[in-house]
Design a protein around this ligand. Structure first.
Ligand code: ADP
Ligand code: MG
Length: 636
């Protein structure tokens, strides 16, 4: 007996002891494996002229024997060699189960969720069977092999007899108990219903010998007391409709069917947020069925996440994940494209240069954009949920490729703002409700909304009655810089040194006061040499003594982000200005020191500068020196 690998064993134990109510999905899993195997053989026949095959013969067969308590799922697909049986059924290698493995570490015992979340594959057979026998003959091989396991901890591999290539999977169904009933899986109608429910779109016929009854032919001549006689017979019936869901008219398909197809095909446990059915004729002929997931996949921001759409040529799968069909900023979209314009045995390399494919991709990009815009307009709540999950990706898209996609993406953005707590605003809405005298779009950056709202720099803008967009993600300010303007309105950070919010009189008053404070400001600037480019008086501050602002294109937040990036060995620095509130009591104190004690003024400067940094949510350079300085000044 060979032992299962540890991970496989864990999964297996879970299946055996499963209390999952949807046990019936085992059939979906086995049929989908059978369909994959048939696909593989069919694909081989297209690319390899040695493989002679007629498409009509390809099929999956489901049979059962109530007396022996078995269900058999057979396919005439590619089959497995001894090594493949060993490798594929003895270890979990595929991605879904791999994900299961990592997740399982944290969620042990919570098996219901786990089973619901991932395609569970071959081992799901053990939810309903206490013994599983697999007899397989690989295409082109001389010998067949049998794999058999009763779950526990291992399996046996023995030579077997089988005439043709393909795989038979025989499940020995568990006995029913008081609490668990397995009889449905040994019942013709039960099995047929499960197949139709989950596997209706499988592209190969799923056949079953069905018992039927018919009237026996009437004898001729018919006796007086003739009573019609009935006989039962069996007939091979195809259970699935096979028409791919994306080929059906939208009106023929229910929402539930679309949702089930999505969950089944893309291994999600939740319904999609949006289903996009698109049929295009013209420069690019294709059917597309796309889905916007309702939540962010757990691996979305890992290197394991692969974007792409499944690509079919006239109903035949040619690529599971065609990355070229989706731009990065829509990488969250799942789905498939079926086109008659593509040839079947096109290679991956050729696809990259395929004009048709590029046209399809372009058209899909617009379809997705339009659908998202529609969602934003008609179903705001759902869009906001979507944006919580994938908004970041749209912002990255705006920033990438030197802002090339801004026209496509700018109206899909949402930001929190100072206007209404908990609500998000689009750029268009912001501009629409701007007061007449407002000329720029104001924004403030910070770690969180609460942090931003406490920023001294926001005071003056708010007092003017202007709305402020809150940027809480690192990418926000970078993305917006790519836009430069929206509807002719420039973006301006509230931390910009040149906010220009004052009236002429206010400006004049400030200028005069600044002239009086010239020597003090000079002393302070000197004390902060290398840290700030200037110290100046400011009219923007209301109750706070100081704040930092910056001039030029690079804000402090942006510099912080850039410097924190991996590989940023050359530090960039923003051009920082320390602003002082001339109406704050501290101002008088500074003025007094300016004539009496320049050395202490220098120390005060450092203190205020560091305080301003802290308020900004920035790190101070030397916390120890800072606290020493506080003590020193306290002792005075
Ligand atoms: P997945 O289908 O996600 O790869 P499964 O656990 O369902 O994972 O199956 C594991 C592997 O076993 C498959 O990838 C395939 O290589 C092999 N396999 C399972 N069933 C069959 C079959 N009927 N014919 C050929 N290979 C099969
Ligand atoms: Mg599978």
């Amino acid at each position: 007996m060979k032992k299962f690998k540890t991970e496989s064993k864990k999964l297996l134990d879970l299946m055996i002891n499963s209390i999952y109510t949807n046990r019936e999905i085992f059939l979906r899993e086995l049929i989908s494996n059978a369909s994959d195997a048939v696909d593989k053989l069919y694909f081989k026949s297209l690319t390899d002229s040695d493989v002679q095959l007629s498409k009509d013969e390809l099929a999956i067969h489901v049979g059962f024997d109530e007396g022996a308590r078995t269900i058999t799922i057979s396919d005439n697909g590619i089959g497995m060699t001894k090594d493949e049986l060993d490798k594929n059924l003895g270890t979990i290698a595929h991605s879904d189960s791999q994900a299961f493995k990592t997740d399982n570490a944290e969620q042990q015992g919570d098996d219901i969720d786990i089973i619901g979340q991932f395609g569970v594959g071959f081992y799901s057979a053990f939810m309903v069977a206490d013994k599983v026998t697999v007899i397989s003959k690989a295409y082109g091989a001389d010998e067949a092999w049998q794999w058999e396991s009763s779950g526990a901890d291992g399996y046996e591999l023995t030579p077997a007899e089988k005439d043709t290539a393909g795989t038979d999977i025989i499940l020995h169904i568990k006995d029913s108990t008081d609490t668990d009933n397995y009889e449905n899986f040994l019942d013709e109608y039960g099995i047929v219903a499960i197949v139709k429910k989950y596997s209706d779109y499988v592209r190969y016929p799923i056949q079953m010998e069905r018992e039927k009854s018919r009237q026996k032919p009437e004898p001729d001549p018919k006796p007086e007391d003739y009573k019609p006689e009935w006989e039962t017979y069996t007939e091979l019936e195809t259970l699935n409709s096979m028409i791919p869901i994306w080929k059906k008219q939208k009106s023929e398909v229910t929402d539930e069917e679309y949702n089930n197809f999505y969950k089944d095909k893309f291994g999600d446990y939740a319904d999609p947020a949006r289903v996009i059915v698109s049929r295009t004729e013209g420069t690019a002929n294709y059917n597309a069925l796309l889905f916007v997931p309702s939540h962010r996949p757990y691996d979305f921001y890992t290197k394991d996440y692969e974007k792409g759409l499944a690509l079919y040529a006239s109903g035949v799968l040619i690529m599971e994940k065609c990355a070229d069909l989706l731009p990065d900023y829509f990488s969250f979209v799942k789905g498939l494209v079926d086109s008659e314009d593509l040839s079947l045995n096109i290679s991956r390399e050729m696809l990259q240069h395929d004009v048709q494919l590029r046209q399809i991709a372009k058209s899909i990009e617009h379809t997705i954009k339009n659908e998202l815009s529609r969602m934003l307009k008609n179903d705001r709540e759902k869009y906001e949920q979507f944006f919580q999950a994938f908004g970041l990706q749209l912002k990255y898209g705006l920033y990438s490729d030197y802002g090339m996609h801004k026209d496509l993406l700018q109206d899909l953005l949402l930001f929190p703002s100072s206007k209404e707590a908990g609500k998000l605003v689009t750029l268009a809405e912001y501009v629409d409700r701007m007061p007449e005298d407002q000329t720029c779009i104001y924004y403030a950056t910070g770690e969180s909304i609460a942090r931003i709202e406490a920023l001294p720099q926001t005071e003056a803008v708010k007092e003017k009655g202007y709305e402020i967009l809150y940027f809480t993600e690192n990418v926000d300010e970078f993305a917006i810089k790519m836009l430069m303007k929206y509807k002719e309105k420039e973006f301006k950070s509230v931390s910009n040194s040149d906010l220009d919010l004052e009236t002429e009189e206010e400006k004049k008053a400030l200028e005069e006061k600044s002239a009086d404070s010239k020597s003090m400001l000079e002393t302070m600037t000197k004390a902060l040499e290398g840290k700030v480019s200037a110290v100046k008086l400011s009219s923007r501050l209301k109750k706070h003594p100081v704040c930092l602002s910056s001039t030029g294109d690079l804000s402090m937040e942006m510099a912080k982000t850039l410097n924190a990036m991996p590989g940023a060995d050359q530090k960039v620095e923003a051009n920082v200005v320390l602003e002082i509130n001339p109406n704050h009591p501290i101002y008088e104190r500074l003025m007094a020191l300016s004539t009496a004690d320049e050395e202490t003024l220098g120390k005060y400067s450092k203190l205020l500068y560091n305080q301003a940094l802290l308020m900004e949510g920035m790190q101070i350079e030397d916390p120890v020196a800072f606290s020493d300085l506080i003590c020193e000044l306290m002792e005075k």
